[in-house]
Design a protein around this ligand. Structure first.
Ligand code: HEC
Ligand code: HEC
Length: 290
C-alpha cells in the first residue's frame, strides 16, 4: 500500500467521527423557523427574552408562571376537563369527578357536575342552588376558592360540624351589624382566644396575632382585615374579613364553615399549586368551553 495514503485515510476517519452532522441537521430548520417568525410567535419571543435576560426563571413553579401565566396563554377547557378527572391534580386527594359527576343530588354531592363544561357553568343544583364560577372573577368563584382556602382553625377535620355554638354566635354578630359593643367584648372577642371555642388544637390568636397579616386580637384589628400593613404600604384598600350585616360574604364566617376541596386534603398542601393557578387563569379568561 502507498504509505502516503495512510495518514490521509486516518485523517478522514477522524473528520467523520467528529463532524456533528445530526446536531446541525436539527439546528438548521429550528433556527430558520425562529428567524422567520421572530416578531410574532410565542416561542421566538421566549427565546428573545431569554437572550436579553428579560426572562428570569427561578423557583419551583417558574415554568408555569413565566411561560403560561405571564404570557397569558389561553387555557383550554380540554385541560380543565383533565384536571377535574385526575387524582392529586391540586395536591393529594381523589379526582373531583368521583364525587361531583352529575346534577342528581342522589349520586353527586351538591348535585354538582364537574365532568362537563356545561355542568361547571350550571353549578350546584341541590337546594340552595349555587353557582361555582363567576366567569372573569376567580376570587368570587367557589370552584377556585375551595381549592386554596383552608377551613379555620387550620387543620380542623372535614367532618367537624359547621353549626357549633361559637360559629353561630359569630354569624349572628356579623348579621346584626358587627357592632363594637359590650356584647362583642364579652362574648365574641374571647372566642378567638379560647382553645376549644371552634374545635381544633389551637385558639385562633395562636396564629392570628399576624398570620396572613390578620390579627384577631381586638375589634380594630379584626376590622382592618388581612394584610393590613402590607396593603397600606402599597396604597391598596383594606381586604376586610367582616362585612357588617352579611355573614355569607364575610371571610371570618366563611372560613369557619367552608371545607377546602377535595375533602381531607392536608392544609400543608401548596395553596399556590400550579394547577390551581392554571384553573384560576381559565376562570379569569372567561371560562370558555372550547
Ligand atoms: C370525596 C368526595 C369529594 C371530592 C373528591 C371532591 N368533593 Fe367537592 N364537595 C364534596 C362534599 C361532600 C361537598 C359539600 C360539603 C361542603 O361544602 O364542604 C362538596 C362541595 C364542593 C363545592 C361547593 C359547592 C357549593 O354548592 O357551594 C365545590 C365548589 C367543590 N366541592 C369543588 C370540588 C373540586 C374542585 C374538587 C376536586 C379538587 C372536589 N370538590 C372534590 C365532596 C367531594
Ligand atoms: C395553626 C394556625 C392557624 C390557626 C389556629 C387559625 N388560622 Fe386562620 N389562617 C391561617 C393561615 C396559614 C391562613 C392563610 C392560608 C390559608 O388559607 O391556609 C389563614 C387565613 C385565615 C383567614 C383568611 C384571611 C384572608 O386572607 O381573607 C381568616 C378569616 C382566618 N384565617 C380566620 C381564622 C379563625 C377565625 C381562626 C380560629 C377559629 C383561625 N383562623 C385559626 C392559620 C391559622
Amino acid at each position: 500500500m502507498d504509505n502516503r495514503l495512510k495518514p490521509n485515510i486516518f485523517f478522514l476517519l477522524l473528520l467523520l467521527l467528529f463532524t456533528p452532522t445530526p446536531i446541525m441537521a436539527a439546528d438548521g430548520p429550528i433556527a430558520a423557523t425562529i428567524k422567520k417568525t421572530e416578531s410574532t410567535s410565542l416561542t421566538s419571543q421566549m427565546y428573545r427574552d431569554v437572550r436579553s435576560g428579560k426572562l428570569n426563571i427561578q423557583g419551583d413553579h417558574s415554568a408555569v408562571d413565566v411561560l403560561i401565566l405571564q404570557r397569558n396563554i389561553p387555557i383550554t377547557y380540554d385541560y380543565v376537563a383533565t384536571l377535574m378527572r385526575t387524582p392529586n391534580a391540586f395536591g393529594e386527594g381523589p379526582a373531583c369527578v368521583v364525587c361531583h359527576s352529575s346534577n342528581n343530588p342522589e349520586h353527586s354531592y351538591r348535585g354538582l357536575d364537574l365532568s362537563t363544561c356545561e355542568g361547571i357553568l350550571r353549578g350546584s343544583t341541590e337546594s340552595p342552588p349555587s353557582p361555582v364560577i363567576m366567569p372573569g372573577n376567580p376570587d368570587k368563584s367557589p370552584l377556585i376558592t375551595r381549592l386554596h382556602n383552608n377551613r379555620m382553625p387550620l387543620g380542623i377535620p372535614f367532618f367537624h360540624p359547621i353549626d357549633g355554638e361559637s360559629i353561630l354566635k359569630v354569624k349572628k354578630w356579623i348579621d346584626d351589624g358587627a357592632k363594637n359593643n359590650q356584647h362583642f367584648e364579652k362574648t365574641i372577642l374571647p372566642l378567638f382566644r379560647e382553645k376549644e371555642a371552634f374545635g381544633g388544637e389551637f385558639p385562633c390568636i395562636e396564629c392570628h396575632p399576624k398570620t396572613n397579616g390578620l390579627s384577631l386580637t381586638s375589634y380594630r384589628n379584626i376590622m382592618r382585615g388581612a394584610f393590613y400593613k402590607e396593603r397600606k404600604k402599597k396604597g391598596l384598600p383594606i381586604k376586610p374579613v367582616v362585612i357588617p350585616g352579611n355573614s355569607e360574604a364575610s371571610p371570618l364566617y366563611q372560613r369557619l364553615i367552608t371545607n377546602r376541596m377535595p375533602p381531607g386534603i392536608s392544609p400543608g398542601e401548596d395553596i399556590n399549586h400550579p394547577n390551581i393557578q392554571i384553573l384560576t387563569r381559565w376562570v379569569k379568561q372567561g371560562s370558555w368551553c372550547k
